[in-house]
Write a protein that binds this ligand. Structure first.
Ligand code: UT7
Length: 335
């Protein structure tokens, strides 16, 4: 059995900053409400004509990750691309990255696990490395939320939360036991699939049907979220899956050097921090600046935390995510 380690991290966010005050000009919301409920101060949105898309942002983040891993695109054996906002219904973002980065005809796999997408993608890549099938895998989380949100007052419960951006890591084969990815833990509970969902356009809600029905409430081509229900489940599942990872490795909460939770809501992160009695320096949050970037949030935060020197060799890094599906997961990583 081989071992896998993160050999490079990178992220990219569009330049266009959208503040809470900017949003209050197009819908009935305000800075105080958004900050109090979510901690978000601003987020980035792709601007028409700025040349960005989900796959292009994924490429920009990947180029940095590859450079930091000191690898050329030719060295990559596989792409795993996590997003809920692909450029096209099909094919997925992975093949677009393969083309744009001029990679060999390597496999490109798309993962559709929303906020847990990056943890799922990392876990998939980890298995391919550990079995010895591949040496270097590019794992990407990228989202263009702003292109598909309802920026009227009707959509304010969802649209103020989400932002655009991408993060990427290179996962590489390593011979060091007890280092790198120690374990990953994945879960789902599909009975709550309707609580946070975008119904269409899809084969269940096809375009003519949407146009014909054109309901005023719950429009199926905008995301729906039962916020309080999701919040309550999130705090329970985050805690469970972090404990599951620690227990599987005979570790304690005190062993955590850095927790990077999926940036769903600052209040969720703070709840977990208080529950585990972790000091501020042990929990990394950047939702204040980027909002919730779904599959991209963990790799963006990881890339920033690494660049700020918050990860030292030997540190125990814990990643944890929860979101639509419901799906949730964690990764225990010895840096
Ligand atoms: O990453 C994927 C997982 N997602 C999450 O983890 C999200 C979890 N949930 C949440 O973060 C929170 O539930 C929200 C931030 C989405 C909402 O906060 P909340 O405290 O649950 O608010 P609420 O939905 O219960 O709404 C409270 C009030 C309502 O008004 P009334 O009915 O009390 O008059 C809403 O209409 O706030 C109103 N409201 C807003 N007001 C100003 C909802 N959105 C807004 C807004 N600005 N943007």
């Amino acid at each position: 059995m081989y071992h896998s380690k993160i050999s490079g991290v990178g992220h990219y966010v569009p330049e266009n900053v959208v503040t809470n005050d900017d949003l209050s000009k197009v819908m009935d919301t305000n800075d105080a409400w958004i900050q109090e409920r979510t901690g978000i101060q601003e987020r980035r949105h792709i601007k028409k004509g700025d040349g960005n898309s989900t796959s292009i942002m994924g490429v920009k983040a990947s180029e940095i990750a590859l450079e930091r891993a000191r690898l050329k695109p030719d060295a990559i054996d596989m792409i795993v691309f996590a997003t809920l906002s692909p450029d096209m219904y099909f094919p997925g973002g992975g093949v677009q990255v393969q083309e744009m980065m001029g990679m060999r005809t390597i496999p490109a796999l798309d993962v559709r696990n929303q906020c847990s997408g990056f943890v799922y993608a990392l876990s998939v890549a980890d298995q391919f490395i550990k079995t010895g099938m591949y040496k270097h895998i590019l794992v990407i989380g990228s989202e263009n939320h702003s292109g598909g949100l309802d920026f009227t007052t009707r959509g304010r419960g969802v649209s103020v939360i989400f932002g655009d951006g991408a993060g990427a890591v290179v996962l590489s084969r390593s011979d060091k036991e007890g280092k790198g990815i120690l374990s990953t833990h994945l879960h789902s509970e599909g009975k709550h699939k309707d609580e946070l969902a975008l119904q269409g356009p899809s084969t269940e809600h096809w375009v003519p049907e949407i146009i014909e029905e054109n309901p005023q409430e719950n429009i199926p081509y905008y995301p729906y979220m039962n916020g309080q229900f999701v919040f309550k489940h999130a705090v329970v599942r985050f805690s469970e899956v972090i404990m599951e990872g620690l227990t599987a490795n005979n570790l304690q909460v005190d062993d955590i050097d850095l927790l990077i939770p999926h940036q769903a809501n600052l209040r969720i992160s703070q709840f977990i921090q208080q529950k585990f009695k972790l000091t501020d320096d042990k929990v990394y949050n950047n939702i204040q600046r980027y909002g919730n970037t779904t599959a991209a949030s963990i790799p963006i935060a990881l890339s920033e935390a690494w660049a700020e020197g918050k990860l030292q060799e030997g540190d125990l890094l814990v990643l944890a995510a929860f979101g639509s599906g419901f799906t949730w997961g964690s990764a225990m990583i010895r840096w």
